[in-house]
Design a protein around this ligand. Structure first.
Ligand SMILES: [Zn+2]
Length: 412
């Protein structure tokens, strides 16, 4: 193999001719190339052939994966073409995505790392800022979306809203209950945002949706009723358990405030710290936390009762359907009799949504899967806090949970 071909191999350059290789004054390897004849004069956006417009801004560099200990760049002309659809636009190059300052393999590696490694690992290893990672992830996911249709076999979906930017802004997310994948996410949490999803889905595929689960928000159920009138609407088990956790927290705060008012300093202090013990699933408690819970059971009847009510409701979604529906009915009676205001109120809410909750149970919605996906979505979205726009945040979520993560370059 001629040395010049070795460079093409090392940098993963296909469909291009290597003209020269040099080391610049920063010690970086710069490989000058030109696209093969068949790859020249194509629109950067649609890759269709288009007549050349001008030379553009001359030669350009794209950062490539490092070669050994040196950083590396590909350098080439960047002429412009006139596309019948997209007008005057920089010509496509086979080694990079449109509008990117990095090669395709560099971007694929960054995307893979964004889904699999810590933020600081990505930034340090690849020498890019986290914001730049956001732009790369957007390009990678946008391209992957044109290749695969995540909506092809949708039957049972879940719709939810998730906050980002510390609760000030919301995203709407849609997941596929059958594959456990995130299939769509967008900024906003209102009817207009959700309509955009169903527009993408199209009438034919809307008609195939058998079940939609959500948290009971009216903006979701209104749109679903309009766009998928045949679908069974049900309430996500995840949210029902969340309601109970919120009610429990309300009881804890009431008890805590009462203790403070009565100057029971030690009690108030211990209740403030009890939050995590009460929130966690009992199977995840440490020995010390279990001891703490037992202490609450002995010293604080209302709070312990609230805890048991939360746990009992969580149990509903772990039982076989018949038992689950029976227990749900019993739970409502028990909560009504508890005398705890937040739980009496929750019992009323559950009666309102009882049909929808039972529909979820009858359709075998797995709470474990919904809960784990919801937890993952929230974690990923928190990772996206450093990105400056919602599109990058949703792209990161799709990359990690939508099956759009590219393989590491050269390992496919
Ligand atoms: Zn075009």
């Amino acid at each position: 193999m001629r040395p010049i071909r070795v460079w093409a191999m090392l940098l993963g350059i296909a469909k291009a001719v290597v003209e020269a290789v040099e080391v610049d004054d920063q010690g970086a390897v710069v490989v000058s190339v030109r696209p093969r004849r068949s790859e020249r004069n194509r629109c950067g956006r649609c890759r269709r052939r288009a007549p050349r417009y001008d030379a553009g801004e001359g030669r350009r560099r794209w950062r490539a994966l490092d070669v050994g200990l040196s950083s590396a760049y590909i350098e080439a002309e960047a002429p412009r073409v006139t596309c019948p659809t997209h007008g005057v636009v920089v010509a496509a190059v086979p080694w990079a995505r449109h509008d990117a300052r990095f090669t395709r393999t560099f971007e694929d590696q960054v995307a893979w790392l964004a889904a699999n490694a810590s933020k600081s690992a990505v930034a340090q290893l690849m020498l890019v800022t986290w914001r730049t990672v956001g732009g790369i992830v957007r390009r990678v996911v946008a391209e992957a979306r044109t290749r695969t249709d995540p909506f092809a076999t949708l039957r049972r979906i879940g719709i939810d809203e998730v906050s980002w930017r510390k609760g000030k802004k919301y995203l709407t997310v849609v997941l596929d209950h059958d594959t456990g994948r995130l299939i769509w996410a967008a900024a906003g949490a209102d009817e207009k945002t959700l309509e955009a999803f169903f527009d993408l889905l199209g009438e034919e595929r809307c008609a195939q949706i058998a079940l939609v689960s959500a948290d009971g928000a009216s903006w979701i159920s209104n749109v679903v009723r309009r766009r998928c009138p045949q679908a069974h609407q049900c309430t996500d088990p995840f949210h029902v358990v969340q309601w109970a956790t919120d009610a429990l927290d309300e009881v804890r705060r009431e008890v805590w405030n009462a203790a403070r008012r009565n100057k029971q300093v030690a009690l108030a202090k211990s209740l403030k710290g009890a939050r995590w013990v009460l929130w966690r699933n009992p199977e995840n408690l440490t020995e010390r936390q279990t001891a703490r819970l037992e202490e609450i059971a002995q010293t604080n009847q209302p709070l312990y009762l609230a805890y048991l009510l939360k746990e009992q409701l969580r149990l509903v979604f772990q039982l076989p359907t018949d038992e689950a529906i029976a227990l749900l009915g019993n739970w409502v009676t028990w909560a009504q009799a508890s005398g705890l205001k937040p739980f009496v109120k929750l019992a009323a809410t559950i009666v309102t949504y009882q049909q929808r909750i039972e529909a979820g149970l009858l359709h075998g919605l797995s709470n474990a899967r919904v809960e784990s996906l919801n937890t993952k979505i929230r974690l990923i979205i928190r990772r996206g806090f450093g990105f400056h726009d919602a599109k990058a945040v949703t792209a990161l979520a799709m990359l990690s949970l939508g099956g759009f993560c590219p393989p590491l370059p050269g390992r496919a």
